[in-house]
Write a protein that binds this ligand. Sequence first.
Ligand SMILES: Cc1cc2nc3c(=O)[nH]c(=O)nc-3n(C[C@H](O)[C@H](O)[C@H](O)COP(=O)(O)O)c2cc1C
Length: 356
Amino acid sequence: MSGAAPAPVCLRDLEPLVADRLEAGPLGYFAGGAGDERTLADNEAAFARRRLLPRVLVDVEGVTTRTTVLGTEIALPVIVAPVALQKMAHPDGEPGMARAAAGAGTVMTVSTLATATPREVAEAAPGAPRWFQLYVLKDRAVTHALVDEAVDCGYDALVVTVDAPRAGRRERDLRTGFAVPPGIDMPGVSAAAGHSAGLTPAGFFSLVDPSLTWKDLERLVDAVELPVLVKGIHAPADARLAIQHGAAGVVVSNHGGRQLDGVPAGIDLLEPVAQEVAGEVEVLVDGGVRRGSDVLKALALGARAVLVGRPLLWGLAWDGEAGARWVLETLRAEIELDLMLLGAAAPGAVSRAHVL
Ligand SMILES: Cc1cc2nc3c(=O)[nH]c(=O)nc-3n(C[C@H](O)[C@H](O)[C@H](O)COP(=O)(O)O)c2cc1C
C-alpha cells in the first residue's frame, strides 16, 4: 500500500491511485474499450440514468447480502469477472484474486487468457467456488485440455464467452503499441501459440475459433458435466437460443465495451433478456458496476448477480490480493447499506418496483 497516497473510500478512487504505477501499455489495455469507447462510457452512464425507488417501514434489521448463483452460496451478489493478464497488474495475479474472492465469500472466474493455470488458481484457494471462462480455440486439443484441467481441479461451471471471435478494435492498444510484456506468460495461449510474450491482443484473439456456432455450444454442453453459462449475450433471442442449446444461464455483457462499440450498456441490455428467460435460467450482467447501488439496479432489472472487472484489477494493482479483497468488501458494505435504505432485507427482496 503506498504510504503517502490518500486511502481510497470508494471503487472510483482506485484507478487514479494506480494509473501512474502501470506502464502506458498495460494501463491502456486494462482501461480501454473499442472504437470511440461509446459503449465503454455508456456502461457507467446508464447506471447513472436509472433511479431507485425505496419502500419504507420494511423491517431491515436482519439485512443480508447473501444469495446463491447456480446453487452456490455467495456472501454478496457480485462475482469476479474473467479478466486476462492479471500478473501484469500485480505479481499476485489470478492466485491472489482467487484468494481475495474466497476471503470475501464469492466466486472467482478464471480467464482462458489468465497468467496462471486453472490448477494453480484452484490450489491458491482450495474449496472456494470457482468458474472457468472458456474461449473455444481453433486448437481443439488445447481447448479440451483446458476444460479437462478445470473439471479435474473442481471448477463449478464453465463460462463460454461468445462475443469475441476477434478482439475489438482497441485503439489505446494501437497507440501504445501494446503487446504482452516479457516475463508474462498466459499458459493457455502459450499451449496454442508456443509463447505469449510479444503477442498483441489481435494476435492472441486470432487463436479463437471464429467459426463457432450454436451446434458447437451444444456439443460442449453435452460433453462437459459442468453447467455452462454463455457470456456475451445481447439479444433476448440469443438468450432463448442459449437455453435451447443447453446453457444453465447467461451473462448479459458487452465485454466491458471492448468488442463492438455502439452496443447498449450492459444494464440497458439486461431487462429484455431477463423478461425472456429469467424464469428458466439465471441471468447475470456486467459492465460499469462501480457501486452497491448499481448492483441493486441490476437485481431489480432481473439479474441474479453481477460480474465486476476493472475495479478488481485496479484493486489488485493497488495492493495485490488485499486490494482486490478491499474492492469486494467495499461493495459488500455498500450493498448492505443500500439494501436497508431501499427497504429490502435481502438481494431476493429487490423487485422491479424498486427501480424507475
Ligand atoms: C482488461 C480486461 C480483460 C478482460 N479479459 C476477458 C477475458 O479474458 N475473458 C472474458 O470473457 N472477458 C474478459 N473481459 C471482460 C470482463 O469479463 C467483463 O465483461 C467486463 O470487464 C465488465 O465490465 P467492467 O470492467 O466495467 O466491470 C476483460 C475485461 C477487461 C477490462
